[in-house]
Design a protein around this ligand. Structure first.
Ligand code: SF4
Length: 387
C-alpha cells in the first residue's frame, strides 16, 4: 500500500514535474504542451536540470509526480535521465508515492524496466475509453487493445495503476459508458478518474462547437453518466473520494491530496505552477520560451502571485469541498484565520438551503445534487456575492 505522509502545513514535501510533449494535440485538450517536437526533448532535459539547480539542498519528499503532456513521449533513455535528475535533488522517503502519467501505447517492457528501476509505484494511464469509435472521436492515437496490453504489463509490476476515462463525447450513449466502466473494472486498476468532456476555448472542439459542426452533449445525459459512474464504481467497492476520483481502499492519490488540502508543493517544467511559502508561481507556459530563457540562465518563472489571506482561504474551502469527506469547519477556520461567513458571506447557508451542501456535525460537504453541479458552486465561493 502506498502513502506515508510526513508533511505539515508549512513544509514543502511534494514535487510536480511537467513534461510538455505529446505526439499530437487531442482536439479537446488545452494543456500546456508542444506537439510533435521530439527534437526538443534533450534541450528540455538540459533546461530542467538547470531549473532544479536553483534549489540549494537535497530535499526529502513524500510525493513525486511526472505529468503532462505525456511523460512517456520521452524515450527510455531520456526518461532514465529525467528521473535521475530529480532523484539527485529529492530524496523520496520510505513509502513515498512516485507517479507518472502515461499513454497506453507507450507501455513496453523497456519502459517498465526503467520505471521499476527508479521506484515508480503509481502509473496513471490515459485510457479514456475502450470503444475504438469513441477514441477516434476523441482524437486519441491508441485503441482499446493498447490499454489491454499496457495493463497486462503494469498490473503485476506496479503497486497502483489508475485509468482516466472520459464520458459525454458526441453521440455517446449510457450503454457505451457502462461498457467502458465495466471494461476498466475488469482490468483491476486500483484507481479510476472519470471526467466529463469539456469544450475549452481555443481547442479544436471549441471551434467545431462554434461552427456548428459539433453539438454539446445534453446536460442531463452527462449527469446521468456521472451518476451512473458513482453508483456503479462504489457498488463494486471503489471509494468515491473526490468529485472525479475513485480508489480501492488505501489507493487514493496522495499527491493530488496535497493540492486539495492547500499544502505547499514544488513544480518544474514549462507551465508548471508551484505553491511555496504562500506564493504561487507559474513557469513560462510556452515550451520554447521556457527552454530559451532557462538555457540562457534566466528565470523559468513567468507569473508570480501572492494570494491575499482571504483568497487563499476561499481556494482552500473550494479544494476541500471537492473531497467527498468535505471540510471540518473548525479545522478550516483555525488554519486560515477566517470564519466561513468571513470567507464567503452566506453562500454556504444558501447552498445548504438549496440542498447542494450539507452540514453534518461541523463538516460541510457536497450532497449528491451538489456533486452533479459542483462546477457551478465553486465560483460562488471564490467570488462571493455579499448580498
Ligand atoms: S495526450 Fe493528453 S495531454 Fe496530450 S494532447 Fe492528448 S489530452 Fe492533451
Amino acid at each position: 500500500m502506498l502513502n506515508v505522509m510526513h508533511s505539515n502545513a508549512t513544509e514543502t514535501r511534494s514535487v510536480y514535474v511537467h513534461v510538455p510533449f505529446c505526439a499530437h494535440r487531442c482536439p479537446y485538450c488545452n494543456f500546456t504542451l508542444i506537439a510533435g517536437r521530439p527534437d526538443l526533448h534533450e534541450a528540455y532535459l538540459d533546461a530542467i536540470e538547470l531549473e532544479l539547480s536553483r534549489l540549494p539542498d537535497v530535499l526529502e519528499i513524500d510525493t513525486l509526480f511526472f505529468g503532462g503532456g505525456t511523460p512517456t513521449e520521452l524515450n527510455c533513455q531520456q526518461l532514465d535521465r529525467l528521473f535521475s535528475i530529480f532523484q539527485k535533488k529529492f530524496q523520496l522517503i520510505d513509502g513515498a508515492e512516485f507517479s507518472i502519467e502515461a499513454n497506453p501505447k507507450d507501455i513496453t517492457s523497456g519502459l517498465l524496466e526503467v520505471i521499476k528501476r527508479h521506484g515508480v509505484n503509481r502509473v496513471s494511464l490515459g485510457a479514456q475509453s475502450f470503444d475504438n469509435q469513441k477514441l477516434k472521436v476523441l482524437g486519441r492515437d491508441h485503441q482499446a487493445i493498447h490499454i489491454h496490453q499496457a495493463m497486462e504489463l503494469l498490473v503485476p509490476k506496479v503497486d497502483s495503476v489508475s485509468l482516466d476515462l472520459i464520458f459525454g463525447t458526441h453521440g455517446e450513449s449510457l450503454e457505451t459508458w457502462h461498457a467502458d466502466l465495466n471494461q476498466a473494472i475488469d482490468l483491476k486498476p486500483q484507481h479510476l478518474s472519470t471526467y466529463g468532456l469539456t469544450y475549452e476555448k481555443g481547442t479544436a472542439y471549441w471551434k467545431s462547437l462554434q461552427s456548428g459542426a459539433l453539438e454539446l452533449t445534453d446536460e442531463e445525459v452527462e449527469r446521468n453518466m456521472y451518476e451512473h459512474a458513482i453508483d456503479h464504481l462504489t457498488g463494486v467497492g471503489f471509494e468515491h473520494y473526490e468529485v472525479s476520483n475513485f480508489a480501492r481502499p488505501g489507493f487514493r492519490c496522495v499527491h493530488n491530496q496535497i493540492y486539495w488540502t492547500g499544502k505547499a508543493f514544488h513544480a518544474f517544467g514549462p507551465g508548471a505552477a508551484r505553491f511555496v511559502n504562500g506564493v504561487r508561481e507559474v513557469n513560462h507556459r510556452s515550451t520554447t520560451k521556457y527552454l530559451n530563457d532557462v538555457l540562457a540562465g534566466k528565470s523559468a518563472v513567468g507569473e508570480r502571485e501572492e494570494l491575499s489571506p482571504i483568497d487563499r482561504a476561499r481556494e482552500r474551502l473550494v479544494f476541500g469541498l471537492r473531497r467527498l469527506e468535505g471540510v471540518c469547519i473548525e479545522t478550516l477556520e483555525e488554519e486560515v484565520g477566517f470564519t466561513v461567513s468571513e470567507i464567503c458571506g452566506n453562500e454556504i447557508d444558501q447552498l445548504e438551503s438549496r440542498g447542494l451542501l450539507q452540514n453534518q456535525a461541523g463538516h460541510i460537504k457536497l450532497t449528491r445534487s451538489g456533486l452533479l453541479v459542483s462546477d457551478s458552486i465553486w465560483p460562488r465561493i471564490l467570488v462571493p456575492n455579499d448580498g
